[in-house]
Each structure stands twice: as structure tokens, then as C-alpha cells.
Design a protein around this ligand. Structure first.
Ligand SMILES: Cc1cc2nc3c(=O)[nH]c(=O)nc-3n(C[C@H](O)[C@H](O)[C@H](O)COP(=O)(O)OP(=O)(O)OC[C@H]3O[C@@H](n4cnc5c(N)ncnc54)[C@H](O)[C@@H]3O)c2cc1C
Length: 452
């Protein structure tokens, strides 16, 4: 996003950033990179160094592989790593969702077991929440986990599982007690995805041409009792922690599961490859994706309009200003939330509003991009080779990015809770409007009406 306001004169920004020592942080990470970055290390060796030194997740507590840094200082660390030409931290749902959730609800043993492998990218994660009959009504999920000694046997089906095909572990929510009301009989597990025959992952191809998510069939899959996170029957609270981290990440412009050049985990095989090859070379099969350009859409569209000669069209300029205004409003919303936090207060609904605003920015970017492209916007390429050919044939390096963004644009207003669900949450929990009518909250799950 373009920053036209001078941040040093911005009172909200100063208040939100008070207490940080950003320059010291940049100096420290630069000095560390000087001695530690070596492009000839394997990705696994490099991520071991980065994660164990606390630079993969600098905002995490220092006793758990972090440096207790603010979000702003964390961004400075990420920028410094990029500027140095080093490979960034392992991306994906481990660092974004599983790590913070386990740091919040896990036992000491669980934090010991999982967090190290997340910051060093040794294990990749996916989120096994949604089911064919349980998306917005997630608490109505049907996947069952039944106790068998010190294990649980899991049966059911999950869907829209981003990165399920490259995951070693899954954040699984399953019903452990159908006699409890629906929100209370759910438990949260860290489940091993390597169970041939019991955990079957089938990719789903999207209209962009990519296959970022999957269906996952669980047939007598097993998960150990000591892999239950947050205790028996507390899965709903733990899942809400995961969702809060997801909304906060999405509102800040992050993607659902992609963004890092190399893919964490054992399945893709990037851990054994040379780290330097991921810095300027092609992205691996798990990286990239349409959300990679979300943060820079405004700058990209200005360049696109300049190249197309439409930058002097007053109606295009008006839409670009609208986009800039929405970006600025989102930036101010973030600063306001940070300032409230710094003052020890909460801003109810902030994550929901941030996610809604990101969806609106994305839709406007899509409409504007397609308008600027004109009839060329009907051309789309479905794989990397075709993307390169299309760019070459049209002489427009942004075309494939814009059409991919356009085709992907419905996604962010669906994942992490749809726009309608965000409106419902704001209505009920922030504005205090009456709840939607439905069965009494205390009705056991077993007695609830079910689809089909
Ligand atoms: C790109 C992408 C990646 C995803 N990744 C994952 C993942 O990794 N793991 C995972 O578990 N899930 C994932 N999801 C699934 C996502 O969380 C669900 O699609 C989402 O929660 C909506 O559920 P649903 O698709 O079942 O739609 P439904 O819940 O069936 O909703 C259908 C429509 O009805 C509306 N609606 C439903 N209930 C209400 C209501 N009470 N009030 C008003 N409107 C309502 C919805 O807003 C929507 O427009 C992903 C989805 C996408 C698009």
C-alpha cells in the first residue's frame, strides 16, 4: 500500500508505536544476518538457524522461539531479511495459526513438542475445520472422535482444507460428546496426516487453475490423547482462538496459506534444497498464489493504468482515489486498534472490521484492474508456463496477476468466516442486536435437526 502520509507526524501512528525500539531491532537482525545467512545452506538448515534464533516468529514470547516484538518491529525484521536477500521464515498455517493457538492453549509438553518444528519449518500444518455440512455453522460439525485407550478414533469428512496436500499435521476439530450442546461437545487435536488409508487427501482444482485446497476423508484415523489441545470439550474455545488469529492475519493483508517461497514440512521436499535458490529463483509448487499481490494492489494498478494510457481518465483516477481512501481507512483502523491495545483497552469487532475492509479493497482492486485491462482481461493462464507465455505475447507483465486476482477474489470474503458471518458477529457481539432465532442453546447435538 502507498503511504502518502508522513508517519512521524501521524499522532495515531506515534501512539501505536510508542515503546518500540525499531532501529535497534533492525540493527540486531542485520548483524545476525551478516554472520548467519549463507545461500548454500539447505532450506532446512537455514530455517533451523532462523527459527532457533527467534527470527521466524519474532512476536512470539522469548521462551518460545520469539523475541516478544510488536507487530511493527516484526515487519521490520521481515523487511530486513528480504533486503538482505535471505530466505524468509517458513510461511503457512503452522506459523500463522497452529503456533499461536498452541502457545495459547497447549500444555508445556505440547508447546515443547510442536512450536520448535513450526518455527524451523520441519512440519507443515493444515486446518481441518470446515465440513460439507458445517462451514458458517462450524459448531454443527459432524466428524466424530471416539476414545479407544490412550487414543481417539476419528471418522468424518473435512473440506476446503488449504495446504492439506502438503501438511504433516492437521488442526482437527471433532465431536467427542454428541450428548452435549453443539458448542460444548467438541475437542481440538493435532492430528498426524501421515496415515495411509485412514487420512485420504484429494485436491480440489479452483477456477484460477491452482489447487490450493482439498477434501480430506478420515476413516478410523487415530490421534493420541496427549495431542488434544486445550482439554476435553474445550475445542470450540480453542478453535475460536485459531479463527481470531486467522481474521487478524487476513485483515492485515495476509493470505490463507501461502506466501513463503519455500514450502515447510516433509512432503514437498524443499527442506533438502539449496536456500539461495528460493530467493531469486522460481517459487516452489506450494508457494505463490493470488494473495501474494494483495498488499501491493494499489501501486500495481497505478502502473497498469500508466502503461495502458488510462491514468488521465478522470473516472479511473476517481476509482484509484477510492481505493487509496479504503486503504488509508484500513491503515487507520489498524493503528487505532494498536493504540487501544497499547493503552490496555480492547476494540471489540476490530478483527471482523479489518477482514471486511480487506474484502472490499480486494473487490475494488479486481473491478478496477479488469476495467483498465479492457478486453485483455478476458485472457487467463492456468499454469506457470502459460502465465509466462501470456505475459510475453501481450507484453503486459501484470495481466496474469490481475486476472488471477479477479478469479480468486470471491475467496477472501468466504474463508475465515464469510462477510455475512462477520456482519452477524458485529451485530450481535458489538452492537448488542438480538441473536438469530434457532434451537435452544442447551439442546444436545444429538437432538438437533440435521441436513440430509
Ligand atoms: C479459498 C478458501 C480457503 C479455505 N481454507 C480452509 C481451510 O484451510 N480449512 C477449513 O477448515 N476451511 C477452509 N475454507 C472454508 C471456509 O471457512 C468456509 O467456506 C466458510 O466458513 C463458509 O462455509 P461454507 O462454504 O460451508 O458456506 P455456508 O456456510 O454454507 O454459507 C453459504 C452462504 O450462506 C451465508 N450464510 C450462512 N449462514 C448465514 C447466517 N447465519 N447469516 C447470514 N448468511 C449466512 C454465507 O455467508 C454464504 O454466503 C476455505 C474457503 C475458501 C474459499
Amino acid at each position: 500500500m502507498t503511504d502518502t502520509l508522513d508517519s512521524t507526524t501521524d499522532p495515531l501512528e506515534r501512539q501505536a508505536n510508542s515503546g518500540t525500539a525499531g532501529d535497534e531491532v533492525t540493527a540486531e537482525i542485520n548483524a545476525w544476518l551478516e554472520t548467519n545467512w549463507d545461500p548454500d545452506l539447505t532450506v532446512g538448515e537455514w530455517w533451523d538457524r532462523l527459527g532457533n534464533a527467534g527470527w521466524s516468529a519474532p512476536s512470539w514470547p522469548s521462551q518460545w522461539f520469539g523475541h516478544d516484538l510488536s507487530r511493527d518491529d516484526t515487519l521490520k525484521v521481515q523487511k530486513a531479511i528480504g533486503k538482505h536477500g535471505a530466505l524468509g521464515a517458513p510461511g503457512g498455517l503452522g506459523l500463522l495459526l497452529a503456533g499461536p493457538t498452541i502457545a495459547t492453549h497447549g500444555t508445556d509438553e505440547q508447546q515443547q513438542k510442536y512450536l520448535g518444528d513450526i518455527v524451523t519449518g520441519r512440519q507443515g500444518w493444515c486446518q481441518l475445520f470446515s465440513e460439507p455440512g458445517a462451514g458458517s455453522d462450524l459448531a454443527g460439525l459432524n466428524t466424530r472422535a471416539e476414545k479407544d485407550g490412550d487414543e481417539w478414533i476419528v471418522n468424518g469428512q473435512k473440506v476446503w482444507t488449504s495446504a492439506g496436500h502438503v501438511a504433516d499435521l492437521g488442526m482437527l476439530i471433532a465431536r467427542t460428546d454428541p450428548d452435549q450442546p453443539k458448542h460444548q461437545g467438541i475437542s481440538y487435536f493435532a492430528m498426524d496426516m501421515h496415515q495411509p488409508g485412514a487420512v485420504e487427501v484429494r485436491p480440489l482444482k479452483e477456477m484460477t487453475g491452482r489447487a490450493l485446497f482439498n477434501e480430506v476423508f478420515l476413516t478410523d484415523a487415530r490421534v493420541r490423547d496427549d495431542a488434544m489441545i486445550g482439554g476435553l470439550g474445550n475445542g470450540w474455545a480453542v478453535a475460536n482462538t485459531t479463527l481470531a488469529f486467522e481474521r487478524a492475519g487476513l485483515g492485515a493483508g495476509g493470505g490463507s496459506s501461502h506466501g513463503s517461497a519455500a514450502t515447510p514440512g516433509t512432503i514437498v521436499g524443499d527442506l533438502e534444497r539449496r536456500a539461495g535458490d528460493f530467493v531469486s529463483g522460481p517459487r516452489s509448487s506450494g508457494g505463490g498464489g493470488p494473495t501474494a499481490m494483495l498488499g501491493g494492489a494499489e501501486t500495481l494498478l497505478i502502473e497498469l493504468a500508466k502503461n495502458a494510457g488510462s491514468i488521465s481518465d478522470p473516472t479511473i483516477r476517481q476509482e484509484l482515489m477510492k481505493l487509496h481512501t479504503l486503504n488509508e481507512l484500513a491503515r487507520y483502523g489498524n493503528l487505532r486498534q494498536k493504540a487501544e491495545k497499547a493503552a490496555g483497552r480492547d476494540m471489540p469487532g476490530a478483527g471482523n472490521l479489518a477482514k471486511l475492509s480487506m474484502s472490499a479493497i480486494l473487490r475494488l482492486s479486481r473491478d478496477l484492474g479488469l476495467r483498465i485491462l479492457g478486453p485483455m482481461g478476458t485472457l487467463h493462464a492456468y499454469d506457470n508456463d502459460a502465465r509466462a507465455k501470456l505475459n510475453e505475447a501481450t507484453g503486459n507483465p501484470f495481466l496474469a496477476m490481475v486476472t488471477e486476482l479477479a478469479l480468486f477474489s470471491p475467496g477472501p470474503s468466504i474463508y475465515g468466516g464469510t462477510d455475512e458471518v462477520q456482519h452477524n458477529i458485529i451485530g450481535e457481539r458489538v452492537l448488542g442486536l438480538p441473536k438469530e432465532p434457532g434451537p435452544a442453546k442447551g439442546t444436545p447435538y444429538r437432538d438437533l435437526p440435521k441436513n440430509g
